[in-house]
Design a protein around this ligand. Structure first.
Ligand code: KDG
Ligand code: MG
Length: 402
């Protein structure tokens, strides 16, 4: 079954998405998510100029071989742009295989290990009280696991917290805006925040927090230790992932579970962290980590060390990427949790999805392949809008550097 064509669809129904569509001689096509937040067009160019010409004519059935062709064949391996493109190719090929065999992708990954996938919501507030209100709304909406972020008193900015009235979106239109960051104030505030959340909502709700790499190893160790009484499900990205020794320091001081890797893109980013059991959850999603083919290998290695998955699922993962994650979530044994940050309603006019949220879990229907389709006519109505993730400066103006 030869690949006869492929195209990249870029659209911005409330935020940017890059979708790869691979077409075959049988008429069946597959979709892959190639969205790399704030760097979308780099992946588009890489796909269009370098990958698509080399895809045409290949047998779409040979997913493993095509994966290795693009991984090894680029010579310049790894890296987020390269791996986002490869992820999209891989996911689109799994979508094709499922459609051709008339079965959902999870059936091709060993079948269901579970009927539903536990997800976590985002709760945010520009004050502690408004964060508590946001947690209450998430509980009302049925979530049993909630990530809590709140603005730090006295600080103008806080990552993961929306300042305006609209829903939180990490990328803002235009070039990167600069935020301020005060680590000592953050470290003082966080235990107070979680003490209140536990007091108000009791012991059974699962609580998560994303540090977004903004601590040094010893600061992160202190934070993880001081949050122990509140029994977090996880503390995410406590340090920048490239300094892997930092995770050893955190482990030495605390039993708070650690999740890391939404910015990772290969198994090699994880080997030390898994084999030394320095983390508890793998965050790298199929959309950025080499697709389903590669993620299965990462999940398998993690399972050897009793480490679970908790894939990145912010709004910059498109409905196609979200579906790919959910198929893996349903199939593997060591699934832990899935991030759920619902897309804006406008996204539903472009993408038709076969997954749904109910009472704190996500469910997949029986559609073949990934179960997601794109309306290209609708997509054209929403052209690309440049947007960027923020950068942060410390109080004295120093660019936050770790
Ligand atoms: O593109 C970056 C966002 O997806 C990221 O900032 C969101 O940290 C994030 C999370 O855990 O969802
Ligand atoms: Mg994160």
């Amino acid at each position: 079954m030869r690949i006869t064509g492929a195209k990249v669809i870029v659209c911005c129904p409330s935020r940017n998405f890059v979708t790869l569509k691979i077409e075959t001689e049988s008429g069946v096509y597959g979709l892959g998510d190639a969205t790399l937040n704030g760097r979308e067009l780099a992946v588009v160019a890489f796909l269009e100029e370098h990958c698509i010409p080399a895809l045409i004519g290949r047998d779409a059935r040979n997913i493993e071989d095509i994966w290795h062709y693009f991984y090894r064949g680029v010579y310049w391996r790894r890296g987020p742009v390269n791996m986002a493109a490869l992820s999209a190719i891989d996911v689109a090929l799994w979508d094709i295989k499922g459609k051709v065999l008339n079965t959902p992708v999870y059936n091709l990954l060993g079948g269901r290990s579970r009927e539903r996938a536990l997800v976590y919501a985002h709760a945010t507030g520009d004050t502690l009280e408004s964060a508590l209100g946001s947690v209450a709304r998430a509980v009302e909406n049925g979530y049993r696991a909630i990530r809590v972020q709140a603005a730090v008193p006295g600080s103008a900015d806080a990552y993961g917290v929306e300042k305006g009235k609209g829903p939180y979106e990490p990328a803002k239109r235009g070039l990167a805006h600069e935020e301020s960051w005060d680590t000592p104030a953050y470290l003082r505030f966080l235990p107070q925040l979680f003490a209140r959340v536990r007091k108000e909502f009791g012991p059974s709700v699962h609580l998560l927090h994303d540090v977004h790499h903004r601590c040094t190893p010893i600061e992160a160790a202190r934070l993880a230790k001081e949050l122990e009484p509140y029994h977090l499900w996880w503390l995410e990205d406590p340090v920048a992932g490239e300094l892997q020794e930092g995770l050893r320091l955190i482990r030495r001081h605390s039993t708070t579970p650690i999740a890391i890797g939404e910015v990772f893109n290969t198994i090699y980013d994880y080997t030390t962290l898994l084999t030394e059991q320095l983390i508890d959850f793998v965050r790298m999603p199929p959309a950025h980590g080499g697709g389903i083919t590669h993620l299965l290998k990462v999940a398998a290695l993690a399972s050897v060390y009793h480490i679970k998955t908790g894939f990145h699922g912010a709004t910059d993962i498109s409905p196609v990427g979200a579906a790919a994650a959910l198929h893996v979530d349903h199939a593997i044994n060591n699934f832990g949790i899935q991030e759920h940050m619902p897309h804006q309603p406008l996204v539903g006019t472009v993408f038709d999805v076969g997954y749904r949220f109910d009472s704190g879990d996500m469910y997949l229907d029986e559609r073949p392949g990934l179960g997601v389709d794109i309306d290209e006519v609708e997509a054209e109505k929403y052209p690309y809008q440049p947007a960027s993730l923020p950068v942060a400066r410390l109080r004295d103006g120093t660019l936050w550097h770790w």
